[in-house]
Structures are given as C-alpha cells and as structure tokens.
Design a protein. Structure first.
Length: 271
C-alpha cells in the first residue's frame, strides 16, 4: 500500500466517527427542523445525489467507467444535511451507472430500504394539525425512484399549477447537495482534474469528504439562501419505478404546498 493510500485511509478512519457518524432519531429531527427553517420544506432530512468524479481510464475496463457526459468517472453518492455537510458518502460505482441504481445498491440505500437508519415515526406537517402524519424524507432529482422516504419531482414539462409549485419547492430544497458538491470541489483542487488512481482506491475521495465536514464545522457555517434559484421546467422523465406510498406522500405534499398551511409567498414569484 502506498503512503498516500495509508494517509487517506487514516484520515477517513480517524475523522469519520466524529464528523460523519450514523444518526439517531433526535439527530434526524434536528436536521429536519434546520432544513425547514432554511428551505421551508417539512420533514426533510437529507438531499441525495450522485456526482461523477473524473478519473483516468482504468486498464481493461472497457466502457464501464465512461459516463453519459462523455468522460471516465466513478460515482460519489452522497447525502447532505442543511449545513452543506455530508451525512453519508459512498464511492466506487461505475460512471456508466445511473444514480438510482447506485443508490439502490449502496449501503445507505439498503439500510433505508430495511428501515435501519433510525428514521423517526411520521409527524404532522407545520400548521397542519388536522392533517395526516407524513414520513421523514430524503429529496432527490428525477434520477431517483419515488418511495415513502425518497421524493423526486413530477416528470414532464406540461404540469398543473399544483405540480409546478411542488417541483419548485422540491428542486429548491434538493440544491443543497449540489451546492455541497460545489463547495467540496472548490476546496480541494484534486477534483479539478482526472484522478489517476485505481477504481478500488476510493479513500482519497472519502478523505476529502470527511475533511470537508471537518473544515465546515470548525471554520463556521454560514447559510446562503441565494444559492437556491431553480427553474420550474427543467425536469425530464426518467424510467424509475414509484411505490404506491411514495406517490401518496408526493400528492399530499403537493396539495400542502398550495394550501394556506404550507404555501409561502416567494413560491409564486417563480410562476
């Protein structure tokens, strides 16, 4: 093992328990409250997305690491919190893989599917005391499958007023993880060029992610709402399956966002 590999592995193992540890129910509730304060999206506990990390073409890999953007990459799958910190990261999937497949096959995705993430029981939405209890959710873009705990936008461009408002509210919230990726890349110059490492050596990327959390939490965190300008009609349909429960949760939230209880004045300025 090279010295660089030993160093990155040591950074990850040393910092992960304090700066990217598993969360309990109280942690998730606190995260949901922070997200609601900053994005007005209720019961929201994490933004999920995949980022293609440029790598040099691995030997004898064919087109496995060649992605739809026409470069070789491995996928960094991440969940971000309201402070632009990583809750969970997994690295190493082929660049040709879809975010939905990467998430489904990830450790985090499997723990979510088997209800082992300590997610709290559903609760009513703010100002909706007479309404139904809704589950805590992660939000993703159109590449992710809709389920009870993972929300995605409505597909297609010709949408009703209600669905357009929902898409705007969700997209605005989901941008958290995209901004987190941007902060990561701007902080660590290694992401500005193809990384010349073997695909099975992912510790350099994981080390950067946990160092990102360390720097954010020790240098101070400032939230900037100006990062959340999102178009209403940018969602393309993607062939992922939706669960019945996920459809019901999305429908309820869409109605909530246009009700007196859940609407906010600024959402109509984007229509």
């Amino acid at each position: 093992m090279k010295l660089s590999e030993i160093t990155c592995d040591a950074i990850w193992e040393r910092l992960k328990p304090a700066y990217m540890s598993a969360r309990d129910k109280n942690d998730w509730i606190r995260t949901a409250d922070e997200f609601y304060e900053r994005t007005s999206f209720p019961n929201y506990i994490g933004a999920v997305d995949g980022k293609n990390i440029r790598i040099r073409k691995p030997n004898e890999s064919g087109s496995q690491f060649f992605n739809y953007k026409n470069f070789f990459s491995t996928v960094l799958l991440a969940v971000a919190d309201a402070d632009y910190c990583f809750v969970s990261v997994e690295v190493g999937a082929y660049g040709s893989s879809s975010d939905s497949d990467v998430f489904k096959n990830s450790t985090f995705g499997k723990l979510l599917e088997s209800n082992k993430l300590n997610i709290p029981e559903p609760r009513v939405l703010p100002s909706d005391a007479e309404g139904l209890s809704m589950p805590f959710v992660f939000v993703g873009d159109e590449a992710f499958a809709l389920s009870e705990h993972v929300l995605r936008p409505y597909p297609n461009k010709k949408l009703t007023f209600l669905k357009r408002i929902y898409n705007y509210r969700l997209s605005r919230a989901q941008r958290i993880v995209e901004c987190t990726f941007g902060i990561l890349a701007n902080k660590w110059g290694i992401f500005h060029r193809p990384i010349d490492v073997k695909p099975d050596f992912c510790d350099i990327i994981k080390a950067c992610c946990v160092l990102h959390n360390y720097v954010r939490k020790n240098d101070g965190i400032q939230f900037d709402d100006t990062l959340y300008e999102c178009p209403l009609e940018s969602v393309e349909p993607v062939g992922t399956r939706s669960s019945v429960r996920g459809i019901a949760v999305r429908e309820y939230l869409a109605k909530y966002f246009t009700s007196p209880q859940g609407s906010v004045p600024w959402q109509y300025g984007k229509m």
